[in-house]
Design a binder for this molecule. Structure first.
Ligand code: COA
Length: 163
C-alpha cells in the first residue's frame, strides 16, 4: 500500500477538486469553486489514486457561525480544516484516521498552535474520529447547514508548540 500526500495545484486542479467533492458530499455541502481557491487543498493518494482530500485555511479562526458579519477572522497560529473527505468506497477502513493524523502532523510541522474544524452534528463518524485524536467540542450552533437542516459542531485541538 503506497500512500502519498500531494498539494493540489490551483487553479489547474479546480475541476478535479469539485468533481471529487461531489462524490463525497451532497450538493448542499459541496464547496463552490470560488471557495476552493481560498483554500490550500491536499490529496491523499492511495497507490496513485486520489482517494482522500482535505483543505486548510492558514491563520484563520472558524467563527462564521456566530460572527455578526458571518466571516472567519484572521488569527495567527490557527489552522482551519475546512474539509476532510474520502471517496465512499474507501470510507470505514481507518483511512480517515490516517488523513487526520497527517493533518495534525502538518499543523505541528508548520508550527500552528491550534486546529479548528466543524462538521454536521449528525456526522458521528467525523466527530468521533476528531475526539479520538484529542479534539474537543467548543460549541454547537443550530441550523448552520441546509438540506437537511443541521447544527454545526465546532471542534478544536490545542497543540503544544507556538508559532
Ligand atoms: C468522516 C471520514 C473522513 C471518516 O473516515 P473513515 O475512514 O470512514 O472513518 P472510520 O470508518 O475508520 O471511523 C473513524 C472512527 O469513527 C467512529 N465511528 C465510525 N462509525 C461511527 C458511527 N456510525 N457512529 C459513531 N462513531 C463512528 C469510530 O470511533 C471510528 O474509529 P474506530 O475505527 O477506531 O472504531 C469519512 O467517513 C468520510 O470521508 N466521510 C464523508 C465526508 C465527511 O463526512 N467528512 C467530514 C465533514 S468535513
Amino acid at each position: 500500500m503506497n500512500i502519498e500526500f500531494r498539494q493540489a495545484i490551483l487553479p489547474r486542479e479546480l475541476r478535479s477538486l469539485t468533481r471529487f467533492d461531489r462524490k463525497v458530499f451532497s450538493p448542499a455541502d459541496a464547496f463552490p469553486p470560488s471557495y476552493w481557491k481560498e483554500c490550500e487543498a491536499w490529496w491523499m493518494l492511495l497507490n496513485g489514486r486520489k482517494t482522500g482530500c482535505c483543505a486548510f485555511q492558514r491563520d484563520i479562526e472558524f467563527l462564521e457561525d456566530i460572527a455578526p458579519d458571518g466571516r472567519n477572522p484572521a488569527r495567527e497560529g490557527f489552522l482551519y480544516i475546512a474539509t476532510t473527505g474520502l471517496l465512499p468506497e474507501y470510507q470505514g477502513r481507518n483511512l480517515g484516521a490516517l488523513l487526520k493524523a497527517w493533518e495534525i502532523a502538518y499543523a505541528r510541522h508548520h508550527g500552528f498552535r491550534r486546529i479548528v474544524t466543524n462538521t454536521r452534528r449528525r456526522n458521528k463518524r467525523m466527530i468521533e474520529l476528531n475526539k479520538a485524536f484529542g479534539f474537543q467540542i467548543v460549541r454547537t450552533t443550530p441550523r448552520y447547514y441546509a438540506e437537511p437542516v443541521d447544527a454545526t459542531v465546532v471542534m478544536e485541538l490545542r497543540l503544544s508548540q507556538r508559532k
